[in-house]
Design a protein. Structure first.
Length: 363
């Protein structure tokens, strides 16, 4: 296996569209790195440049410390798995998996050995004589992954490989690919627009938007310490709630938005004191808002607009005169639209962002 380095990589289409902007990224040997972001953020273009399927406009790409900008895809020692499987319909599973090795003129015995090993890892030994039309979506994806495994490449590249699968199968295949990473000790770069997929699979996550990297971090740090407003809102489901208000100092330091008033925790005071009298954005996750209506009537209040039962928990969609937000609470009581709730916000879990730069004030 091998590491991958991108240095100041830029991709410009038609002289005007800058799809990837001065991107720098280090993927260590045997690391599982996920590129995640909304459609059009440049993640697939980045992957295709690593694969050699797109030309680099500016910058350098290294695979195993070798500059590969001018190296053809077939000579980069990478294997790519696409979302549409890209299987040959007239070939059997065995022939699909063996095809790349046959082109490289591997001995028949070596091809047979490698295909058998890959089929065993993926649990598809009984599918060898079938053609793609006789396979389910999950089976086709396993065959596509198997075709990559037999190559024993330095780097595996996955481009939204689970997009065409139903929800249950996606969860199952997420687990399978994670297990595969552990078994092979492989270097994997994985592209997805699904932040849940990214959070559950990656050792390291690269959050992208508009062709730029907004944060590179572990899943836990992205969730608990977002560097900016975009990452805070993109990571997490339901997404983080945001409030536009002012920092005020009376007998204590407060964040105020309309009728909502929150005391600033001591550990944030030093950084937020310089924002006194200025507008900032406060963020808080739905699970950090608690309904205390039956215990306390002195907390911040909001009207309940929509109740969304999710089994063991409930999403409460609430509104004030200035905002709409979501609370994620346990399903231990009944709720009714139009009800006014008294709410406790766990301010120790809150986030604050500069109104002008959108950069985190506290992280």
């Amino acid at each position: 296996m091998a590491g991958v380095r991108l240095r100041n990589v830029t991709k410009i289409f038609d002289k005007n569209l800058e799809a990837v902007k001065n991107l720098n990224l280090d993927v260590k040997d045997r690391e599982f790195v996920v590129l995640v972001g909304p459609s059009g953020c440049g993640k697939s273009t980045t992957l295709r440049m690593i694969a050699g399927l797109e030309e680099v406009t500016r910058g350098e790409i290294f695979i195993d410390n070798r500059l590969v900008n001018n190296v053809p895809p077939k000579d980069r020692d990478i294997a790519m798995v696409f979302q549409n499987y890209a299987l040959y319909p007239h070939m059997t599973v065995y022939q699909n998996m063996a095809f790349g090795l046959k082109l490289r003129k591997y001995p028949k015995d070596e091809i047979k050995k490698r295909v058998k090993e890959a089929a065993s890892i993926l649990g598809i030994e009984d599918l060898m004589d079938r053609k793609p039309r006789a396979l389910s979506g999950g089976q086709k994806q396993r065959v596509a992954v198997g075709r990559a495994i037999v190559r024993k490449p330095k780097v595996f590249l996955f481009d939204e490989p689970l997009s065409n699968l139903d929800a249950k199968l996606r969860v199952q295949m997420r687990t399978e690919i994670s297990k595969l990473h552990l078994k092979l000790g492989a270097t994997i770069i994985y592209v997805t627009h699904d932040q849940v997929e990214a959070m559950t699979m990656g050792d390291k996550i690269v959050v992208m938007k508009d062709g730029k990297i907004y944060q590179i971090d572990t899943p836990l740090n992205l969730y608990n310490k977002p560097a900016n407003l975009f990452v805070a809102g993109f990571i997490g489901s339901p997404s983080m709630n945001f409030f536009n208000g002012v920092i005020e100092k009376n007998e204590d330091l407060f964040f105020i938005e309309g009728d909502l008033k929150f005391r600033i925790p001591d550990r944030f005071k030093t950084r937020l004191l310089k924002y006194k009298g200025r507008k900032v954005i406060m963020g808080i996750r739905p699970e950090d808002i608690e309904d205390v209506t039956e215990k306390d009537d002195n907390n911040n209040k909001a009207e309940l607009e929509v109740v969304e039962p999710m089994g063991n928990e409930i999403y409460l969609y609430l509104k004030t005169n200035f905002n709409n937000f979501v609370a994620r609470v346990n399903a231990n009581r009944k709720y009714q639209e139009g009800q006014v709730l008294s709410l406790y916000f766990n301010m120790d879990k809150s986030h604050f962002f500069d109104k002008e730069t959108n950069i985190s004030i506290i992280n």
